[in-house]
Design a binder for this molecule. Structure first.
Ligand code: ADP
Ligand code: MG
Length: 323
């Protein structure tokens, strides 16, 4: 899973009611700053993330999702309503992106050496073609009432491209229920903010450059959700070639293009997360068209000679510092 992605900053000014909480979950880290009536309950946050991991993690062989993946074909399996919610959102994005985002990508993820069942060598074309055959979200049916998932044909789900976003939304719900006045939640690079940063201004979130050494820009938020997907933190090298952990389900091959990262602002961190991954798959030309068509706020960082270039969709303008 992801490592810390967009660096977050806030000027901690003395005398305000902000508290900080940090921790680990789902193979990544979280960091929260919040202004709440009571004190920030670390154990409630940890418990919520552990609960979600037990539903959706493919690293946990006993998670609801792992058990579904091992289960039989043609049987509607009762699952938690939240798992159905995330699968439903994933499939909506699959439809909108015409398959650039597809949670049934799991066999390809494993074949290319990522995830819980990672293969140890580079696959040959025949193996890719073979794995690609079971990649299609239409192979899985889902139902809300009662909540069930059913494999119509062989399929394996991987929700890593969307579940962290969902977890951030749930943490935001937790803080809202606790009547926190303002917060910034960051989990594995997915972010949700409410109201203002300590000191009163908007929250400032830095978007990293492909070198990881500095920020290409700073985005400003009040109450929002954002996610970044990039290929320069999570990858492996094979014969000197960089293999991205984001795979194009339409071809079966890891993405390899100039687009280094996509940052998306949306109503929920879950949707921002899925759209960011989808647009990384698309590459700059298709992604730019998609963001325009959908009215999505997206910021693209593209590798260029000796550095990078940055461009954004019209809907991103209100979030740009000085923009
Ligand atoms: P990160 O985990 O670095 O935040 P993403 O949100 O982009 O990054 O999710 C990438 C993960 O999603 C991969 O590690 C893989 O498990 C899964 N994945 C890879 N390609 C796709 C795809 N085309 N559609 C949906 N999920 C994908
Ligand atoms: Mg994602």
């Amino acid at each position: 899973m992801a490592v810390l992605w967009a660096a977050t900053f806030a000027v901690m000014s003395a005398g305000c009611g902000f508290e900080r909480a940090t921790g680990n979950a789902m193979g990544t880290t979280y960091s929260i700053q919040a202004d709440c009536p009571g004190s920030l309950a670390n154990d409630r946050i940890d418990a919520e993330l552990a609960r979600l991991s037990a539903l959706m993690s493919t690293y946990d062989a006993n998670s609801e999702l792992s058990r579904f993946n091992r289960g039989p074909i043609g049987v509607a399996r009762p699952v938690s309503p939240e798992l159905v919610d995330v699968v439903d959102a994933a499939f909506v994005v699959s439809e909108q992106t015409r398959g650039a985002f597809d949670a049934t990508v799991a066999p390809l993820v494993a074949l290319w050496g990522f995830g819980a069942d990672a293969a140890r060598r580079v696959p040959v074309d025949k193996e890719v073609a073979q794995a690609l055959r079971s990649v299609d979200y239409r192979r899985v049916a889902h139902n809300r009432d009662p909540p069930t998932l059913e494999k119509l044909r062989p399929a394996t789900l991987d929700l890593s491209g969307i579940a962290k976003g969902f977890a951030v939304d749930r943490l935001a719900g937790l803080l809202d229920d606790a009547r926190c006045r303002a917060y910034l939640i960051e989990f594995g690079g997915e972010i949700r903010t409410r109201a203002n940063a300590p000191g009163g201004g908007p929250w400032r979130v830095g978007v990293e450059s492909p070198s990881g050494q500095d920020n290409v820009t700073t985005l400003l938020f009040e109450t929002d959700a954002l996610a970044t997907s990039g290929d320069y933190r999570q990858y492996r090298e094979s014969d000197g070639v960089r293999v991205s952990h984001v795979i194009d389900p339409r071809t079966g091959y890891p993405v390899r293009h100039r687009l280094a990262s996509v940052t998306v602002v949306a109503d929920t961190a879950m949707m921002a997360d899925a759209y960011a991954t989808a647009m990384l798959v698309m590459g700059e030309v298709e992604a730019r068209g998609f963001a325009g068509e959908m009215g999505l706020a997206a910021l693209f960082v593209v590798r260029a000679d000796g550095g990078f270039e940055m461009f954004h969709s019209p809907a991103m303008v209100p979030y740009l510092e000085g923009g």
